[in-house]
Structure formats: structure tokens, C-alpha cells
Design a protein around this ligand. Structure first.
Ligand code: LER
Ligand code: MN
Length: 273
């Protein structure tokens, strides 16, 4: 398993669960000093960072790009995939497609979290899910040219009514025959929704494509009450070799959060084999 840490460049997401903020070069420098393998980027749009500049930064620090979030489509542009209006849905898909095109050449997948939307405003739960399924089909197909999957993240009930539990998302992907989509298992959301976080990860098997590594209260691992050791043991059992990515509040401050998460990552992935 590899380590990653989140960097947000989106002022509208302030207060959200991202460790580093605003200054991408400084974030990369600190991430490298602490020993991270990669960053996970949360940009305001696909043209916010020039690819050549990002390439230079990453290469200079010996970092990889783990994944790129699409949530600014919602928090900044107020778009999501299940909106009542087809032209808004289509703009939401275009936004995600542009992030896939940005991330793909780095070998990084795009993440669909808050962009999945929800039912409401005259859209039934079934219609919302169908809209999500259509979008995942199209966008996952688009991602294939870069040899990356599309990453879909079940969220807790207060953020979406699409999928809250990993097993429900797995069954739906399988039943709907949606290909090239893998799941983002966010330990914060799972702690709210799952009966047993470790068992849910084990059952999801090779559907797990990315992990948000965070504690029960969304603080860095070690500041909450989640049994992270059991979760990591389950990931080891299923042969997960992707990222454990720190998507947590910058508590008590970004650098301490980054160091705390790295200590936990090393402790759980190296010492407790
Ligand atoms: C939102 O709660 C979340 O976990 C993010 O990863 C989705 O954009
Ligand atoms: Mn997450």
C-alpha cells in the first residue's frame, strides 16, 4: 500500500477535509519531506494547474499523482450528475470529463464523490441512480484511453442517498454491468454507515480502488476511535496495493496532520504485519 495526502486549491471548500491548502509547491515539498509517495489533488477546475508545471513539481519532489477530485464541480460550480435539468447534468459530465483528461496523462484516476448528487427537486431515487449509472458508464469508458479506472465514492447518508454502503455499490455496479469503475472506500463515511468496516472492505475485494485514510471524526488517523488496524489487515488480506490517502481535517494544523497520518501509515503498514 502507498501513501498519499490531499491538497485543496478550492477556496469554496474551506473547512473541508483536506490536509494541505492553496500553495501547491509548498504542499509538495512538505509531503516529500514527511515521506509521502503521492498527492491527491482537489482543483477548482481542470485548467487551474498547468500540466507541465505539475509534472515539474512532482518530478522535482519524487512524488506521484494518486488521484484528482471532481468535487469542485459541486462546491464551486453547483453542478451534479443527478440534477433535474439535463443540460446541468451534461455540464456536470463535461466537468468530470475535463478532470479525467487532466489526470489521465499522470496515470491518475478522477474521483466522483459529491458530484454523484442525490434525489430531490422532482428527481426520484431511481432516476438519480439511473443518471449516475449513465454518467459512470460514459465517463469510465472515457477513462479507459488513459489506462485508469474511474473512482466512485459511496458517501454517508447526510451527503447523498445514491450509495452509502460499499456492498450496495458493489452489487449495483455488478448488476448494472458497469465496467472500469472502482470504489473509493472512505473510512470516515464507512464508520458511519457500515456494520463492520473491516468486513465491508474484505467483502468488497478487488472493487476497492482507492482509500481515504482518516479516523472516525475525520481527524487524522489516531485522533478518533476507529479500529484502523483491523481495516488495514482486511486491505492486506484482499491484496489491496493502492493508496491510503489522507483526506482529513488539517487538525491541529496541516503539517501536524500530515506527520500524524504518516506515523499511523507506517505503524499500520510496516510494524503490524
Ligand atoms: C466528501 O465527503 C468526500 O469524502 C470527498 O472525498 C468527496 O468529494
Ligand atoms: Mn472521501
Amino acid at each position: 500500500m502507498k501513501s498519499a495526502i490531499t491538497v485543496s486549491l478550492v477556496p469554496e471548500a474551506r473547512g473541508g477535509p483536506f490536509v494541505f491548502w492553496d500553495d501547491l509547491p509548498a504542499a509538495c515539498r512538505t509531503a516529500r519531506e514527511i515521506g509521502y509517495d503521492a498527492i491527491e489533488l482537489f482543483p477548482p477546475s481542470a485548467d487551474a494547474v498547468r500540466p507541465a508545471e505539475l509534472r515539474k513539481l512532482l518530478d522535482g519532489e519524487g512524488l506521484r499523482l494518486a488521484a484528482v477530485g471532481t468535487g469542485a464541480g459541486w462546491v464551486k460550480h453547483r453542478l451534479h450528475l443527478a440534477q433535474p435539468d439535463e443540460s446541468a447534468r451534461s455540464q456536470a459530465r463535461d466537468f468530470i470529463r475535463s478532470i479525467i483528461d487532466f489526470a489521465g496523462p499522470f496515470g491518475a484516476p478522477a474521483i466522483i464523490g459529491s458530484m454523484q448528487g442525490r434525489s430531490g427537486e422532482g428527481v426520484s431515487k431511481d432516476e438519480a441512480r439511473n443518471a449516475l449509472g449513465d454518467a459512470l458508464n460514459q465517463l469510465a469508458e472515457h477513462a479507459k484511453q488513459f489506462g485508469v479506472p474511474l473512482i466512485y465514492e459511496p458517501l454517508n447518508r447526510y451527503e447523498t442517498d445514491q450509495f452509502n454502503r460499499v456492498a450496495d455499490a458493489v452489487s449495483w455496479l455488478e448488476d448494472s454491468k458497469i465496467e472500469n469503475v472502482r470504489l473509493l472506500c472512505d473510512l470516515f463515511h464507512m464508520n458511519i454507515e457500515e456494520t463492520d468496516v473491516a468486513a465491508a472492505l474484505r467483502d468488497a475485494g478487488n472493487h476497492v480502488g482507492h482509500v481515504h485514510f482518516v479516523d472516525s471524526n475525520r481527524r487524522p488517523v489516531g485522533h478518533g476511535h476507529l479500529d484502523v488496524g483491523r481495516a488495514i489487515a482486511a486491505l492486506r488480506d484482499i491484496g489491496y496495493d493502492g493508496y491510503l490517502s489522507a483526506e482529513a481535517f488539517p487538525y491541529p494544523d496541516p503539517e501536524s496532520a500530515a506527520r500524524q497520518t504518516m506515523n499511523a501509515y507506517r505503524d499500520f503498514t510496516t510494524h503490524r504485519v
